[in-house]
Design a protein around this ligand. Structure first.
Ligand SMILES: NC(=O)c1ccc[n+]([C@@H]2O[C@H](COP(=O)([O-])OP(=O)(O)OC[C@H]3O[C@@H](n4cnc5c(N)ncnc54)[C@H](O)[C@@H]3O)[C@@H](O)[C@H]2O)c1
Length: 365
């Protein structure tokens, strides 16, 4: 993808952004690469901030409030780039106003909220998408193909490691991060969820988890360290027994290491180093192969170090769905999957590591 790609057939889609922070900026930078997207404007909690954001990023306008955005006929799609506790109300209002909606991860604080959002969009007949841009990294797509084609054989071990570092200033600068009420969790729901989603997409669905969480390196309410033993159906579903694996998610691993997945099956092993954009193949009967493509990401220690290409690929898929009326690759139900795994880990951890079965039963009221 590049700014010079030919514009695909069909009219441009008007897109507005809600939330003028770090994610909002990443969305604008990704949308800019897409000739089929026409950036309409942005709204935040303060008009002055939204104006400054729009001016700085070259958007045609800022909206005073959400009502002004909802009334703009130039907007067909809205990207929700606000803290997780705000997602449900925003999605309900946007759906009622007939806007298609793409919500950044985590789609919500918990599956009950995600279900309400999915139902609201179904009722209104609008598309709901979630953003998991790691699914569009070329190396991740190559692993997906290999598993689907059976080249890794029956999977028996699949791990994801997100050993990142965030300093105290990162948490101190935010009123919503690392609080149960506003974020719904910590390192697992925020940082590790991308790789956790890849693990479940490639090797899932997840059948059972046994989790532990801890807060070890920061004065925060939620976890900066989470570990889970998982059982996975094995991607292709052809296996006779579930694959076992480990999920590790941390913002307490100084100085921060590139996140990676390690997958092993009867056909061999693959190591997907998402952070370094590096893929190592160790297939039985073949010489080892190492592929590197794309620029390494500095996200392990710097929240802003994300390049826009994977975002753009995810947005292109959603815009294609808006234009065709078909399901986007990561719709609300698909984005809910990783959230369900995270919630299962939290429920298990709250019960001292007792295994929790998926799909999750609704919590008793
Ligand atoms: N996909 C990714 O790689 C990625 C990267 C960063 C953040 N995120 C996600 O994006 C979301 C936002 O994170 P962030 O880092 O941009 O946070 P942030 O604190 O930098 O920015 C959030 C913005 O939302 C605004 N806001 C809050 N409530 C609002 C409301 N009700 N209406 C309009 N605006 C509102 C705030 O004023 C702020 O400008 C989170 O869900 C986060 O997990 C995803």
């Amino acid at each position: 993808l590049s700014a010079n790609s030919p514009a695909p057939a069909g009219p441009c889609v008007g897109v507005a952004v809600v939330g003028t922070g770090l994610a909002g900026r990443m969305h604008v930078n990704g949308l800019r690469l897409l000739p089929q997207a026409r950036l309409a404007g942005a709204v935040g909690t303060s008009f002055a901030k939204a104006e400054a954001f729009s001016r700085q990023l070259g958007l045609p306008r800022a909206y005073r409030d959400l009502d002004e955005l909802l009334a703009d006929p130039a907007v067909q799609v809205v990207h929700v780039c606000t803290p997780p506790h705000t997602h449900i109300e925003l999605v309900q209002r946007l759906a009622a106003a007939q806007k298609h909606i793409l919500v950044d991860k985590p789609i919500a604080r918990n599956v009950a909220e995600a279900d309400a959002m999915i139902a609201a969009c179904d009722r209104a007949g609008v598309l709901l998408g979630g953003l998991f841009q790691h699914r569009y990294i070329p190396q991740a797509l190559a692993v997906k193909r290999a598993i689907t084609e059976g080249r890794l054989g029956e999977l028996y071990l699949a791990d994801c490691y997100v050993k990142w570092w965030r300093d105290d200033a990162y948490y101190a600068a935010s009123s919503w991060r690392a609080r149960w009420r506003t974020e719904g969790g910590g390192a697992l729901i925020n940082q590790a969820i991308h790789s956790l989603d890849l693990l479940q997409w490639l090797c899932g669905p997840v059948l059972r988890v046994s989790g532990r969480v801890a807060t070890v390196a920061h004065a925060i309410e939620t976890e900066d360290l989470g570990v889970a033993l998982v059982e996975l159906a094995g991607g292709r579903g052809g296996g006779t027994r579930p694959a076992l694996g480990v999920i590790e998610g941390a913002t307490a691993a100084y100085p921060g290491f590139p996140e990676r997945l390690e997958i092993h099956g009867t056909g061999g092993s693959v190591v997907l180093d998402e952070g370094r954009r590096r893929l190592e193949w160790y297939l039985r009967g073949q010489p080892p192969r190492i592929e590197e493509e794309g620029s390494p990401q500095g996200n392990a220690s710097d929240p802003a170090a994300v390049s826009p290409e994977a975002h753009a690929a995810a947005f292109a898929d959603f815009l294609a769905a808006v234009r065709s009326g078909e399901r986007p690759a990561v719709d609300g139900r698909e984005a809910r999957r990783a959230l369900e795994v995270v919630e299962a880990i939290y429920r298990s951890a709250a019960a001292g590591g007792t295994p929790v079965q998926l799909p999750l039963a609704p919590l008793a009221q």
